[in-house]
Write a protein that binds this ligand. Structure first.
Ligand code: EPZ
Length: 427
């Protein structure tokens, strides 16, 4: 298994371009199941999760071609058509996003339940209740969801919690329902709105994207389209926190400042310079870092996917900061690893108190999930000496060529193969 080795401390400086958003690209790929026409998607991130979903889509009969950043997909092929097996779904929960589109277009779908996850239980009850409200019969057996409906019917459904992929799954299904659907308490994440943009380009009639209420007038069929996915605010936010933690100066191109508003507000409060200009979003820090509390929440609240990275930052603040994780029940697994590097963090339940500033020292640490690994990379940037982060396959799931982007910003980082051989950084 590959590792990262980071020599600290270093200062990040320069311009970095955000890749396309993983969490916008995944539902966009699934949406191609809604039509037999070609759908061309561009600005896709070259990350493991996209490759995993592409393999599942191929299994479902989807032909795809392209260089990975741009893909042309068409779901007219004759695969097993309506069965997403456990072997494929277990590696990536977002595979559940094929459920709504398959059910809507093919009238039936058999999708493995995603199973457990490091950061929380993560049930999909709201996905299933939403599809049942659209008139589907849903049966769980042998670890699979079996859903059937001759034709879905428009309805009114209120999510018990604003779930991102739940909103996306039910929204996709409702595009081909008979009649109009009103979805309430929806997720407002920019990635949900980006998916609605794609679906409308395919001929859907969705109003209210980005708000907590969606009105979807069903149509009998969707057609092909071209769509460029939005930039990745979480990947981009990680590099901006890198500027803040390392007393650096970084400009992020390719991501929208509005999508990153909760983070930018917080960084400004902490004493960073935050500018939005023609080249992108600039974050710099030279002076002391003030501790500021955060409470994670669905968008437009502070994103849970930046909580771990923000915790690394708060280890360098002058005083105590409290982080409340309200979205997932088990998302502090980076804490013991940060403490191995000398951080002073006390976590209990969904609350962590971070005492700073701590003089971090390089150590061998282990990544436990995607964003926890990004947190350890940021800590490694400011730690004295060498940090080795094991299991970075977690990082590769959602960060495109992180070592290359970091090296271009002045970091001393290298990827090591399982045997410890450095992998040359491509510039
Ligand atoms: C999406 O996951 C993202 N993944 C996650 O990003 C992100 O952390 C999360 O939204 C929250 O922003 C993708 O978009 C592929 P949720 P999702 O359903 O949709 C509960 C990353 O690092 N819930 O919005 O699975 C659930 O348990 C990943 O890139 C139910 O109770 O998250 C959680 O507590 C990690 N029943 C809360 O809602 C349901 O049916 C929010 O989960 C669905 C969710």
């Amino acid at each position: 298994m590959d590792k990262f080795r980071i020599q600290g401390p270093s200062r990040l400086q320069g311009i970095v371009r955000a890749s396309g958003a993983k969490n916008a690209a995944l539902p966009a790929l699934a949406a191609c199941l809604l039509t037999g026409d070609e759908v061309t998607l561009s600005n896709l991130p070259r990350v493991q999760d996209l490759r995993t979903l592409r393999r599942l889509l191929a299994h479902l009969g989807v032909e795809s071609s392209g260089d990975g950043e741009t893909l042309t997909l068409s779901a007219r092929g004759e695969g097993s058509l309506d069965d997403a097996p456990y072997e494929m779904v277990k590696t990536m929960r977002a595979s559940v996003l094929v459920l709504g589109p398959m059910l809507a277009r093919r009238g039936r779908a058999r999708v493995s339940l995603p199973g457990g996850c490091a950061i929380g239980v993560r049930p999909i009850d709201q996905h299933l209740l939403g599809l049942e409200a659209l008139g589907a019969t849903v049966r769980l057996d042998h670890g699979y969801v079996n859903a059937e409906a001759a034709r879905l019917r428009g309805t009114r459904f209120r999510f018990a919690t604003p779930t991102v992929t739940g909103t996306e799954n039910v929204m996709m299904a409702a595009t081909l329902a008979e009649g109009t659907t009103r979805l309430e308490n929806c997720a407002r994440e920019p990635e949900v709105a980006d998916l609605a943009r794609l679906l409308n380009a395919m001929g859907a009639r969705i109003a209210g994207a980005g708000t907590d209420t969606l009105e979807i007038e069903g149509v009998s069929a969707l057609h092909g389209a071209r769509h460029s996915v939005i930039g990745d605010r979480i990947e981009g936010g990680t590099y901006l926190i890198g500027a803040a933690i390392s007393r650096g100066d970084v400009t992020l191109a390719g991501a929208a400042a509005t999508d990153l508003a909760p983070l930018l507000e917080k960084l400004a409060e902490c004493g960073c310079t935050v500018d939005v200009g023609a080249q992108g979003i600039r974050v710099a820090r030279s002076g002391a870092l003030r501790p500021r509390d955060v409470i994670t929440a669905p968008h437009p609240g502070f994103p849970t996917d930046l909580q771990a990275q923000y915790m690394a930052l708060m280890t360098q603040a002058e005083g105590m900061a409290t982080l409340h994780e309200t979205v997932f029940e088990n998302r502090f697994q980076h804490v013991p690893e940060l403490m191995r590097m000398g951080a002073d963090v006390r976590a209990e339940g969904g609350t962590a108190r971070v005492y700073g500033p701590s003089a971090l020292s390089g150590a061998a640490v282990m990544a436990t999930d995607l964003r926890a690994s990004a947190c350890l990379v940021l800590a490694g940037l400011v730690a004295a000496g060498s940090t080795e982060i094991d299991r970075i396959y977690h990082l590769d799931r959602g960060y495109e060529a992180m070592e290359t982007k970091l090296a271009a910003l002045g970091a001393r980082v290298e990827r090591l193969t399982g045997a410890g051989t450095p992998v040359p950084v491509e510039h």
